[in-house]
Write a protein of this length. Sequence first.
Length: 317
Amino acid sequence: MRQFLDFEKPIAVLEGKIEELRHLSTEGDINIAEEVGHLQAKITAELTAAYAKLGAWEKVQVARHPDRPKASTIIAALFTDFVPLAGDRNFHEDHALLTGIGRLRGRAVALIGTEKGQTTEDRIKHNFGMARPEGYRKAKRLMELAGRFGLPVIALVDTAGAYPGRDAEERGQAEAIARAIQACLNLPTPLIAAIIGEGGSGGAIALAAGNRVIMLEHAVYSVISPEGCASILWRSADHAEEAAAALKLTAQDMLELGVVDALVPEPLGAAHRDPESALRDLGEALVRELTAMESKSAEELIAERQQKYLQFGSKNL
């Protein structure tokens, strides 16, 4: 069953009416085509109006939509010959991060993806996309492997942040994130990061310090979640909507501030309503970015990447 966000309630009512009409048509000889067409036109108009005026908090809800395409879905749809690589060779496998090698339109690439999971059981297995230190050490290991074999790296980021639990802190969460960022900056091959849902805090930047960072139109990218920010500033998560607006976390904000390099448009009603179209456009964007960097030397890629992040704060921000 399709899930609707709070601001989509008028659309839910209209889609409910269509389902009622279809149910009636199966019970008798009733021609519903004209009425369904009329309701579909209303739905399109409602979607256009609603998504044209989304605020920051609504964008956060869209980015977190349970039906939004996950990293595993994107890998299955866009990449062929995917071979997963597991473990950090230090502690154990972290299912919050998917890593491996595959092909994008014939190009061999190394892949890293934060995976939130689809079902409740799946989400628990993947720890809701929040990686522990072993996950970031696994990502670092993959980047080092990619560097040795000359493979570009594609990172698909969708996480509320790194796991903040005691066990993660005991195993060196901050150090693992720092080492992953260092691996990103020193990678001798192209690194393209795509923020596909939530890009939260160090859990995201550990994988997204790339030559090019792109975002889906309704994704968000922030140093802290709105709820976390509200809990610090207002001592209550009830102010999350105000915090979201203040954080400037939307894809449009990130592009204007120069934090990301390009946006990938989503279909009307966002990626969860038409995943096939959204993933097709994402695939085109990834191929475009890879093609633009394939002639650059390792020295050029490292220098370009380091300069990109050193200049943050010197202008616009």
